[in-house]
Design a protein around this ligand. Structure first.
Ligand SMILES: NC(=O)c1ccc[n+]([C@@H]2O[C@H](COP(=O)([O-])OP(=O)(O)OC[C@H]3O[C@@H](n4cnc5c(N)ncnc54)[C@H](OP(=O)(O)O)[C@@H]3O)[C@@H](O)[C@H]2O)c1
Length: 214
């Protein structure tokens, strides 16, 4: 049985990715600060910015075929202009969206090298694009993409994908548009099955948009 670690699987995209992999027969180990109650998932409650929690998460996998860095934070809502971003909030966003995923990657790499596994870092169109208000979050995803590109050439035995899921109707998306109707955005369950197609076809390291694999 193949094993995956998915961060941030209490709701939203992470929960749907976990469901998709469990249904496909994977052993899924998943975390969130509020816990993960999805049947069939090995839940490890904790905060990915906590180094001890990251070690616990990776220790639960005797072997590892797939790591999905999905947990993320938007930062302050409503979204502030770059000129107004509180520096402590920027540090928090980078800690969750860049430093913690890299910490997990460093712990998981030996197991991913052993299995010839796959690393997925969930990114956003706010990484390559400059949208007003999206400076803190977007630049954190740019940094995550930069790390992914370098890992892809450094790690010969591991396939590294930056995966952009597209706009999704989740709590994070609602926080980005407080008070607005986001019911026209697709639900995460519409794109999560595309993960299986990606895994089946196994394209080379690079950046992929989930809607294009649906
Ligand atoms: N929604 C979109 O339109 C969209 C578009 C592009 C990219 N994305 C990306 O997709 C990923 C998932 O986003 P989403 O929209 O599903 O957001 P979401 O509904 O807010 O879910 C975020 C998940 O991450 C967990 N999480 C947050 N901080 C954590 C931490 N410090 N430690 C452990 N778990 C943590 C949350 O659980 P707890 O709060 O219980 O910890 C939750 O399970 C993110 O990387 C996001 O940047 C989303």
């Amino acid at each position: 049985m193949r094993t995956a670690i998915i961060t941030g699987a209490s709701r939203g995209l992470g929960l749907e990715l976990a469901r998709t992999l469990v249904a496909a027969g994977w052993h899924v180990i998943a975390d969130a600060r509020s816990g993960v109650t999805e049947p069939g998932v090995t839940a490890v409650t904790g905060d990915i910015t906590d180094a001890a929690h990251r070690e616990t998460l990776v220790d639960r996998a005797t072997s590892l075929d797939l790591l999905i860095n999905n947990a993320g934070t938007l930062g302050p809502s409503p979204l502030p202009a770059v000129s107004e971003v509180p520096l402590d909030a920027l540090r928090d966003v980078y800690e969750t969206n860049v430093v913690a995923p890299l910490g997990l990657i460093q712990l998981a790499l030996p197991k991913l090298r052993d299995s010839g596994g796959i690393l997925i870092n969930i990114t956003s169109d706010a990484a390559p694009e400059g949208y007003p208000g999206w400076g803190a979050y977007g630049s954190s995803k740019s940094a995550l993409e930069g790390l992914s590109r370098v890992l892809a050439v450094e790690e010969e035995k591991v396939t590294v994908w930056q995966v952009d899921p597209g706009d999704l109707r989740t709590r994070m998306h609602q926080d980005a548009y407080p008070g607005e109707d986001i019911s026209d955005r697709p639900l995460p369950e519409t794109v999560a099955p595309a993960l299986l197609k990606l895994l089946d076809e196994r394209p080379p390291s690079g950046r992929y948009r989930l809607p294009e694999w649906s």
